[in-house]
Design a protein around this ligand. Structure first.
Ligand code: SF4
Length: 179
């Protein structure tokens, strides 16, 4: 596959991620989990027959389709500042709208983002929203639990030698995944 072909496959792939989650929700056969990209637990979720719902991706699609403003405004009306991560604001505004109406907002991009069965937040220290976004969304779906799973991000700093602590981190991550 060429680089151009690989790039061209991204759109349909993301569309299927989103449409597949909407379809799975309608079928009710699989659990759905909100989660963040670059968390490296996708295979674990799928092995458990849980379908990941990529909340950042959905917000990105709303932006690309120039249809995020109504969700951002809704988040602002809930008291959240526009200076926060707009991916998070878009997702929180969308969640609140869907939960208030009991159905997807009208003409939701690519079918919308379904209510999850649980949310996997992360304390990766990449940004605050990765830990706080789902807590904010949980206000509008209090029956949906959050599991916070951090992946030690310094492992990816290639200019550091982490060999002395590899064993510790392996045990730590395995314990988090088991939980
Ligand atoms: S600030 Fe955090 S939650 Fe927001 S898009 Fe960036 S990585 Fe994702």
């Amino acid at each position: 596959m060429t680089a151009t072909q690989a790039a061209a496959s991204i759109g349909p792939m993301v569309k299927e991620f989103i449409a597949g989650a909407v379809r799975a929700k309608a079928e009710g056969k699989q659990k759905l989990a909100y989660t963040f990209i670059v968390c490296h637990h996708e295979e674990i979720l799928r092995a458990l027959d849980v379908l990941p719902v990529w909340t950042e991706n959905f917000a990105g699609v709303c932006g690309a389709k120039r249809d995020s403003e109504r969700f951002l405004q809704r988040a602002e009306s809930l008291g959240l500042s526009r200076s926060l991560c707009t991916y998070a604001l878009c997702g929180i505004g969308f969640d609140q709208w869907r939960e208030e109406q009991g159905q997807m907002p009208p003409e939701a991009p690519w079918g919308g983002m379904p209510k999850p069965d649980f949310m996997v937040s992360t304390g990766q220290i990449l940004c605050d929203p990765r830990a706080k976004w789902y807590q904010a969304s949980q206000q509008y779906m209090p029956d949906v639990p959050i599991y916070n799973m951090d992946l030690p991000y310094p492992l990816f700093e290639r200019d550091r030698d982490h060999r002395e602590v590899w064993g510790y981190y392996q045990k730590y991550i395995a314990k988090e995944l088991r939980a």
